[in-house]
Write a protein that binds this ligand. Structure first.
Ligand code: ATP
Ligand code: MG
Length: 919
């Protein structure tokens, strides 16, 4: 796998961007294309336009490794590839939140549809970053819709085995993470005439052959004949082709139906309609009386009417009547007119085409409903995924074609390609040159062919081919295709891009042609001769109301729902519908408006040969395509121009985060030319840029890469700063929260404690002296409770003390004081604590029987020892050394302590021991 940048691909591979060619001529252009084509390098840039050659072989360019190598890369960082273009479109979406569109153009068989599928595969692969199954499911649905639409809208033509016979524009929706979340498909004019008529070598739509290739369905749908025997599918004489595996494709379509969400009933109905159309092709008529006809019946299981009735679930008689007669209402009266064979055949074909067209429209509607439901589901969960309004549009439309017999369909297809070329000129060539002029940039003007004149020839109001066609369709009475041809011959006889046998018989185009039913348009991509036969009819596209009513009344509700207008009464008047040409013209105008409102990316597809060969390089064919696609002009405009342009405001806004300029530029402006100049000077790319009035133009991609690389580095450092700030902010917030939590806890604890204290207070305030239960509290209140209990005891004691007389209060204090020392020491403590303290106990007759002797002795000793009061006196027992007991009196005065014998009249013989000596 080699995916070097376009500048380092190696000289043997030519140049990866045509603007790198030294000399820009058709020869050098083709030479470069050839070198690359032979080396399997099918992609080359012209600036941001991708030129893609159809390799007509499988190339190893689309593996998952390739996808990964282009993911997230700038367009010119790797070798030219369609993945790089898809990545650029996706990056536009992500970086600028702007919608983009990829316009794929080129002639039939040049590889547009393949390119669109590759782009879709790439986008769905790189966008499911988180590998979610839901995203995978959406991606699968998006991819599988292609399988269904290709089966029903593509066919084998002489130019392409899988030619798109309808135009397709697909919008991919993204969510806020830029992951795909649905989409919308718009389809343009299906070539329905193919249902009933194919040129030699061409086939009907693939779906017809797929149904017939499946043996299991042959019986169910009533196919008793060989495919070659069914008129609607055998006209090209190539029912079976080696290159197309109808059986396998049928299985894939069934799988796709299931993936998209079709029910079994719906799938069966789809195939029933396809089957019924095949049978309709074999339905023939027999003449009854020269003016009327009837359906030719076959008396066995191959009878087409029998199977049409079974498959469409309509009564045989009603089908018969709708095919062979017409109900007409005039002035509120209803008539039935019988049809001749020609008109009946016309009606049958019109019915077949309309059935198929409605089926195709229903399929697109169904797919869109599924895709929008997917998006809706995501919107319904706003926290999960948010829908963004930016989209990537992919346009894959039928390519320019010149068939053997070109009719109204080819005119529409080629007109569509003219419009797309016009858009390309508008957006790529003209706008680019206009911009240089506006910006006052020195510029060498490049001439190019502007195909507006051809677009005008086809679609200008009142004076164009489509306008004259509409006018002819509106005339009441018999108007023929020849009359229409006459009118355009008159109108455009001098037009440089119009010719007909009548207006320019000398034109070499009419040399060997003997019919005068033709006209020629010189398209940008070549001259095309159109046969005017059937133009009016195809433009009017009438379908008789009988068929609408018939199908509306089908027993099959799905089929019936495709024909709502069949409900109208026969006599109701309906407005004339717009002609096919007008509808197509309107849809082209709105498509161009849609595309020009988005950032466009172009893929210009080139077909190397008409033989579908992988090694044939048809120089003439390729030169022709290069010329009409305007690729040389594109290179010239691009080369003289710049690879990138950007307004000063956007430039400064985008690159101000580059490390070396960040500190100098203010985050909020000014986003001026001076700031942009400063950035370019700092990055030394001043030489490679040009300053316009409002925009800056970058000449070379390398400068752009440098800017982008520096921006990425700047982003990384900003991300680091952001991460740091976020981390510090989150830590601070955590700290503050924790701190707050601690404060709240502490306040709450205080509050609870205070509440508890009040509770305790309330509990005990009225219960002085009583013993009541302590109010319950949590275990964490134990320390508080201990303190409270202590306080409470003190308080209670104090209150109890205050109830005592004053004298007792003092004694009480003394007792308390003593209790500190004696508690648990004296066995009398408990008894004595409840007794009143009397101090001089020996003075009391109840304590001392010899009170008078005591008083007398005391009186004497007071005079001798001069003390002022007796603090304590009592009787005590003395044990001598022989363990003999004797009674003694102990007297404590404020000065001394005495021990005397009561039996000896308390005589204080000895001096007392001074109290101070004891303490
Ligand atoms: N990148 C490719 N790799 C391999 N084969 C390719 C590639 N592109 C195109 N082809 C081949 O060319 C064929 C025609 O391509 P495709 O159907 O994409 O043409 P187209 O431009 O869509 O034509 P039309 O306008 O008729 O629809 C494909 O069926 C395929 O065989
Ligand atoms: Mg195609």
């Amino acid at each position: 796998m080699t995916t070097d940048s376009i500048e380092y691909e190696g000289t043997d591979l030519g140049v990866g961007d045509f603007i790198l060619l030294s000399d820009i001529t058709m020869e050098t252009f083709v030479e470069n294309l050839k070198i690359r084509f032979e080396k399997g390098r099918i992609y080359t840039y012209i600036g941001e336009v991708l030129v893609s050659m159809n390799p007509y072989r499988e190339l190893p360019l689309y593996s998952p490794e390739y996808i990964q190598s282009y993911k997230g890369c700038d367009m010119f960082e790797r070798s030219a590839h369609i993945f790089a273009l898809a990545e650029a479109a996706y990056r536009t979406l992500k970086q600028y939140s702007a919608s983009s569109c990829i316009v794929i153009s080129g002639e039939s068989g040049s590889g547009k549809t393949e390119a669109s599928k590759i782009i879709l595969r790439y986008i769905t692969a790189v966008t499911n970053v988180s590998n979610q199954t839901e995203i995978q499911r959406i991606s699968n649905i998006l991819i599988q819709t292609n399988v269904i639409l290709e089966a029903f809208g593509n066919s084998r033509t002489n130019r392409n085995d899988n030619s798109s016979r309808f135009g397709k524009y697909m919008d991919l929706n993204f969510d806020y993470k830029f992951e795909p979340m649905g989409g919308k498909i718009q389809h343009y004019l299906l070539e329905k005439s193919r249902v009933v008529k194919q040129q030699l070598g061409e086939r009907n739509f693939h779906a017809f052959y797929q149904l017939l290739s499946n043996e299991d369905s042959l019986k169910t749908y009533g196919f008793r004949l060989q495919p070659e025997e069914y008129h609607y599918i055998n006209q090209g004489n190539c029912c079976r082709l080696e290159r197309i595996d109808d059986k396998r494709n049928f299985e894939q379509v069934i799988e796709a139906f299931h993936t998209v969400g079709f029910t079994e009933d719906e799938i069966t109905t789809v195939w029933k309609i396809v089957g019924a159309i095949i049978h309709l092709g074999n339905l023939t008529f027999v003449d009854v009386d020269g003016e009327h006809c009837s359906v030719k019946r076959i008396d066995d299981e191959t009878d087409p009417l029998l199977w049409i009735s079974k498959l469409l679930e309509c009564e045989q008689s009603e089908i018969l009547s709708a095919l062979t007669s017409r109900v007409v209402a005039a002035r509120n009266e209803v008539f039935q007119t019988r049809q001749n064979i020609t008109r009946a055949c016309y009606g049958r074909d019109a019915l077949s085409k309309a059935l198929y067209e409605r089926l195709f429209e229903w399929l697109v509607r169904y797919i869109n409903k599924t895709l929008s439901q997917v998006s809706q589901e995501q919107i319904d969960y706003p926290f999960r995924r948010v829908y963004t309004s930016v989209v990537i549009g992919i346009l894959d439309i039928y390519g320019f074609e010149i068939c053997e017999n070109n009719s109204f369909e080819q005119l529409c297809i080629n007109y569509c390609n003219e419009k797309l070329q016009q858009l390309f000129i508008e957006l790529v060539l003209r706008q680019e040159q206009d911009e240089y002029e506006c910006e006052d940039i020195t510029w060498q003007h490049v001439e190019y062919f502007d195909n507006k004149i051809i677009c005008d020839l086809i679609d200008q109001p009142r004076h164009s081919i489509l306008a004259y066609l509409d006018e002819a369709c509106q005339i009441v009475g018999t108007v023929t295709d020849d009359m229409f041809l006459n009118s355009i011959n008159q109108a455009f006889k001098t037009h440089p891009h119009y010719s007909s046998w009548e207006t320019a018989p000398s034109d070499k185009a009419w040399k060997n042609i003997d019919t005068n039913k033709l006209f020629l348009i010189r398209h940008y991509a070549g001259d095309v001769i159109y046969s005017v036969d059937g133009f009016l009819d195809k433009n009017r596209d009438p379908l008789f109301d009988d068929f609408k009513r018939l199908l509306y009344h089908s027993q099959n509700p799905i089929l019936s729902s495709m024909w709502p207008e069949g409900e109208k009464s026969i006599t109701s008047i309906s407005r004339r519908p717009l002609t096919i040409g007008t509808v197509f013209q309107n849809s082209m105008t709105s498509l161009c408006n849609l595309l020009s409102s988005k950032q466009p990316f172009y893929v210009r597809c080139i077909k190397p040969n008409v033989e579908k060969s992988e090694d044939l390089f048809d120089q003439t064919l390729i030169e022709h395509q290069i010329a009409y696609l305007g690729l040389l002009e594109n290179v010239r405009v691009r080369r003289a121009g710049f690879c990138h342009r950007i307004s000063y405001e956007r430039f400064v806004q985008r690159y101000k985060i580059i490390d070396c300029v960040r500190s100098k530029l203010h985050p909020h402006g000014p986003f001026t030319r001076e700031s942009a100049t400063y950035i370019c000077e700092e990055l030394h790319i001043n030489e490679d840029v040009v300053y316009g009035n409002t925009k800056l133009f970058v000449k070379h991609p390398t400068s752009l890469f440098q800017l982008e690389r520096k921006r990425r580095e700047g982003l990384e450092s900003i991300i680091t700063i952001l991460q740091k700030s976020i981390r510090s902010w989150s830590q601070c917030r955590r700290y503050r929260r924790e701190n707050a939590a601690v404060k709240i806890q502490s306040f709450y604890r205080k509050y609870r404690a205070r509440r508890y204290i009040f509770q305790v207070n309330d509990t005990f305030s009225d219960y002085l002296g009583k013993i009541i239960t302590w109010p319950p509290s949590g275990s964490n209140f134990a320390p508080l409770n201990a303190v409270l209990k202590r306080f409470y005891r003190r308080w209670r004691l104090n209150r109890i003390k205050l109830l005592l007389p004053l004298a007792q209060q003092e004694a009480f204090d003394c007792k308390l004081f003593a209790s500190q020392y004696l508690h648990n020491r004296s066995s009398f403590f408990d008894i004595s604590i409840y007794q009143q303290w009397k101090g001089d106990y020996l003075r009391l007759p109840e304590e001392n029987s010899r009170v008078s002797e005591y008083r007398k002795a005391l009186h004497e000793i007071r005079a001798r020892d001069n003390f002022s009061q007796v603090l304590f006196s009592t009787l005590a027992i003395k044990l001598n050394s022989h363990m003999k007991m004797d009674e003694r009196a102990i007297i404590l005065t404020d000065k001394d302590i005495y021990r005397v014998d009561p039996k000896k009249n308390f005589q204080f013989k000895k001096l007392g021991t001074p109290v101070d000596d004891i303490v």
